[in-house]
Design a protein around this ligand. Structure first.
Ligand code: SF4
Length: 488
């Protein structure tokens, strides 16, 4: 049976022939990640903006291929002077949908739109496939790839002119065009055969996360408990030396093998199975006074700015959580979650200044994030800058202290809070939460600000976000208490 091809199928083939084969013959095996779903959503929003710049455009508004081809033919015949969105074309059984076709000089300029901030190799191939199909039936005057311009500053009023930066790709596409028929032939041959015996590798994550990783990983030999990537920054000659000796698990590394100090420490802890905690950290922390604050921010990044003066993919603070410990073990909690549709950053900053008081250490984990956001708020709201500067001066970063003074075999050479916490407070497990990491929190915030999100869903998301951020600061409290314990 002959299988139809499309641009997305050809791109799947270009990533990995096995991916193409599975997507056609075993689509039931795919598991689409949350990040992939979010990437699609961002792409849709950017696509909407691109179309909004041409209000007289005609949208070919059907997912059905046959109907889309017929509607495209009719639009081209009856309204040749109007831009076309999602127009459908087919050549030799390969179907493509064009983001934008803009009429000019008796032909059309093809514009593909991407939510990324630069041109990637896969975008060039994407355009080449489009041109190979569309150019056979329509005079194309040029091909462009428009990506998000991070220098764009939103002036408000839904004015998104300048958000997308078109780049002419005529020459690069011309270079790729001769290869397209070969890709088509090879993809067809792949589909008529059995499942390709391709082992998982770097192609599984690049250029996209492949949705068949569970399936392909199942027939791989089990991973060692402590793979070599547990050792921080192990690469080059040192990594190759271990591989050449057939060593795949940190526990097999000989004591005299040359490693860095940090690698030696992680290997020693893994090989002994015993955690190490330097009592010097307790002295450091016990020297700090009370009240102590524990602080965590959440932010979101959007491709299409929502608020005047903001830029694409800018980190926008929308939530904080703060625990305060007035005396050992005496805790209270408060939080800020953005509300409504307006820019929440000033309210965020004002409430924060109030919540952190003016004395005592403010603990964070990885200060570059929180301090970076505070510095941005200083620039944005100069009248709040002195109070925010005073807050920055009180920040104590628990991450470098943890990295320097604590190591547990189960952390496997990682010092993220999510890696450390199970070793000191397993009951604070994030896996039981509806939102379990910063990426999911950022995605939840984007969903909250999406106009299609129902009131019920918003309430659900806000509750999950509040619980997640509160868990982060509670984790900081537990970590600080653990590090400050004087050891037996
Ligand atoms: S998981 Fe990797 S090997 Fe399997 S189909 Fe995807 S890209 Fe190919």
């Amino acid at each position: 049976m002959a299988h139809g091809l499309s641009k997305s199928r050809l791109q799947a083939f270009r990533q990995c022939p096995r991916r193409l084969w599975l997507s056609v013959h075993r689509p039931d095996l795919q598991q689409v990640s949350e990040q992939t779903g979010q990437r699609f959503q961002i792409g849709f929003q950017v696509g909407d903006v691109a179309r909004g710049l041409y209000p007289d455009g005609v949208l070919i508004d059907t997912p059905d291929a046959g109907a889309a081809l017929a509607l495209t033919r009719r639009a081209l015949a009856e309204q040749p002077d109007r831009p076309l969105f999602e127009a459908a074309f087919q050549r030799d059984g390969v179907l493509v949908r064009a983001d934008l076709l803009l009429p000019e000089s008796g032909g059309y300029r093809l514009r593909e739109v991407k939510a990324s901030t630069w041109i990637k190799d896969e975008h060039r191939e994407d355009c080449a496939i489009q041109v190979w199909v569309i150019g056979a039936v329509l005079p194309l005057t040029g091909v462009e790839l428009a990506h998000v311009d991070t220098a764009f500053v939103y002036p408000g009023g839904s004015d998104y002119r300048g958000l997308l930066k078109p780049n002419l790709l005529d020459a690069e596409v011309a270079d790729l065009l001769p290869a397209v028929p070969q890709w088509v032939a090879e993809a067809r041959a792949t589909l008529t055969g059995t499942e390709p015996a391709i082992t998982p590798g770097s192609q599984c994550h690049s250029p996209y996360d492949c949705p068949f990783q569970s399936h392909c990983g199942a027939d791989q030999p089990p991973q060692p408990d402590y793979p070599l990537d547990c050792l921080p920054r192990l690469s080059g000659r040192r990594l190759q030396g271990l591989l050449d000796r057939g060593i795949a698990d940190v526990r097999q590394i000989p004591a005299d093998y040359p490693l860095t100090r940090k690698q030696v420490r992680v290997a020693r802890v893994i090989q002994s199975g015993a955690a190490e905690r330097d009592p010097a950290v307790a002295a450091l922390l016990n020297g700090l006074g009370y009240p102590r604050r524990y602080l965590d921010f959440e932010s979101m990044q959007v491709a299409v700015p929502l608020w005047v003066g903001t830029q694409p993919y800018q980190q926008l603070v929308v939530q904080w959580s703060r625990h305060v410990e007035t005396a050992p073990g005496h805790l209270a909690h408060c939080a800020f979650l953005a509300e409504g549709e307006d820019d929440p950053r000033r309210a965020f900053a004002e409430a924060l200044v109030e919540a952190v008081g003016d004395v005592g250490p403010v603990f964070v984990y990885n200060r570059s994030f929180e301090v970076g956001r505070l510095q941005e708020l200083q620039r944005e709201y100069p009248d709040l800058a002195p109070a925010l500067a005073a807050l920055i001066a009180r920040v104590v970063d628990l991450k470098p202290l943890t990295e320097r003074y604590y190591c547990h075999p189960a952390m496997k050479g990682r010092w993220s809070l999510k890696a450390v916490l199970p070793t000191i407070a397993p009951e604070l497990d994030y896996s039981a939460l509806a939102i379990g990491d910063g990426g999911a929190a950022s995605g939840a915030w984007r969903e909250l600000y999406h106009s299609d999100t129902s009131a019920e869903r918003r309430a659900e998301l806000r509750a999950a976000l509040a619980e997640y951020c509160c868990r982060d600061t509670l984790a900081l409290v537990r970590l600080a208490v653990f590090l400050a314990e004087t050891q037996p």
